[in-house]
Write a protein that binds this ligand. Structure first.
Ligand code: ZN
Length: 444
């Protein structure tokens, strides 16, 4: 029968602490000990999705004394190599391919930072599961004992290092005799997956163990175990890559179909080209924004600069509580052709906010998106806009983008302003070739 290990990757002061603490509380209710993969000096924007967690190191020391294991998760988590690694699927790596001394230096610096905070333990997990033989040499030299990766069903020892297998992020079926190391990326796990994980913990809490309770694979079984697991994983990865390519192809087909449809529908109509080219399925940021908006489950959703209202039409709330505004009033007639009764379009911003105030109940969550135009406005203009909305309707969640690409077309870059905003609750770095997305709580 399977036993489970709980492992969290990407622990850093700016991760999604709200979600992490939700699961951590459930784990502690059952006295389950976790493995916390701490990035010693996190420089990877992809992992910094919210504001700084107060008393970060104190909290980690508390976890350590509770019995959680602190694993060193690389050094900065920045991928600066694309060499092939021993186990990893992707070519992104902080270590694989670098010469021995460079790897030694990185790991050693990370170890020093964790040791200074009384957190270091001889356990290592590589970012993107990516490392090579030089990494193993460096780890051995720096007195690491455990490496949290490997293709097998049971832990095994090679030279001085014990490999604890990491076969699938999600739990393997109970009937398989194995050690299944769950690998949770708290920033990116979907809401559905999170709920499934919680149910799994509730049902199987007595099957969770800690690193200290692990037993090594018997020598004669080690080779068979490794070979069989390796073949199964390769097959699974092949299937997964196939579905990824298929999915990408499907989105491309939808994009072409939508573009063609819009061009036919709006033939001879006066409309900017970007509305016809940048349709919902042709713009990744629109699809991601929709997911974000739905994840907040707002009571009222307002899209400033709504264009044809593609996002508005798809947000999962009653059409009476979805409002759009765009300064291009020609869009009004086109919206009535495309999305009649799917949301309310206002010709004047004033009217929109007066209506919102009338409809809004005291505890309603309002989400306002301002996408694709903030780069035309200075910081003070943006601040003025936000303050104005706040004065009119009270607190809300703002979903806004900033362009990281430097171009004359994109006059202002607001990354620093949004990223360091006190109300930042969600940050998605480089969601497409142009922009990052920010969710900011305005007001209390
Ligand atoms: Zn990571």
């Amino acid at each position: 029968m399977a036993h489970y290990l709980m492992r969290f990757d990407d622990i850093n002061p700016r991760m999604d602490w709200q979600r992490f603490l939700r699961i951590k509380n459930i784990l502690e209710k059952y006295k389950i000990k976790s493995i916390l993969g701490v990035v010693p000096d996190c420089r990877d924007y992809n992992l910094m999705v919210s504001n700084n967690f107060p008393n970060y190191y104190d909290y980690l020391r508390k976890c350590k004394s509770y019995g959680d294991v602190i694993a060193q998760h690389g050094y900065t988590h920045l991928y600066d190599s694309n060499s092939k690694a021993i186990f990893a699927n992707s070519r992104n790596s902080e270590f694989a391919g670098h010469e021995f001394n460079k790897q030694l230096k990185k790991i050693s610096k990370g170890k020093s930072l964790l040791s200074k905070e009384f957190l270091w333990e001889p356990v290592f997990m590589a970012p993107a599961h990516s490392f090579d033989k030089n990494t193993l040499r460096a780890l051995d030299k720096l007195h690491f004992k455990f490496i949290l990766d490997g293709f097998s069903l049971f832990p095994y020892k090679e030279d001085n290092l014990t490999f604890i297998p990491q076969v699938s992020s999600f739990p393997l079926p109970k009937i398989i005799p194995c050690i299944s190391q769950l690998c949770i990326h708290i920033n990116t796990i979907s809401d559905k997956e999170l709920e499934r994980l919680i149910i799994f913990i509730d049902k199987n809490h007595n099957r969770f163990i800690s690193i200290n309770e692990l037993r090594l694979s018997k020598k004669y079984l080690k080779i068979i175990d490794k070979k069989l697991t390796f073949v199964s994983i390769k097959f699974f990865r092949y299937l997964r890559n196939f579905f990824k390519i298929f999915n990408k192809l499907l989105i491309n087909i939808l994009c072409i179909k939508q573009r063609t449809f819009y061009k036919i529908l709006f033939k001879n109509k006066s409309i900017y080209d970007w509305h016809l080219n940048g349709t919902f399925y042709c713009r990744k940021y629109k699809m991601i924004s929709l997911e974000i908006i739905n994840s907040f489950k707002p009571d009222i959703y307002i899209d400033i600069g709504c264009g044809l209202g593609e996002i508005l039409s798809k947000v999962k709330i009653d059409s009476l509580y979805k409002y759009g505004y765009d300064s291009d009033l020609r869009l009004k007639n086109l919206i009535s052709i495309l999305y009649k009764n799917k949301f309310i379009f206002f010709e004047r911003e004033e009217e929109l906010f007066d209506h919102t105030l009338l409809v809004k109940k005291r505890k309603d969550l309002i989400l306002i998106s301002m996408l694709g135009f903030a780069h035309d406005y200075s910081k003070s203009e943006i601040e003025k806009m936000i303050l104005n909305y706040y004065k009119k309707i009270g607190s809300f969640i703002l979903l806004i983008d900033a362009f990281y690409v430097k171009d004359k077309l994109y006059k202002y870059n607001h990354h620093e302003f949004f990223f360091n905003h006190i109300g930042l609750v969600k940050f998605l770095y480089k969601v497409d070739k142009l922009r990052s997305l920010y969710c900011i709580k305005i007001g209390k």
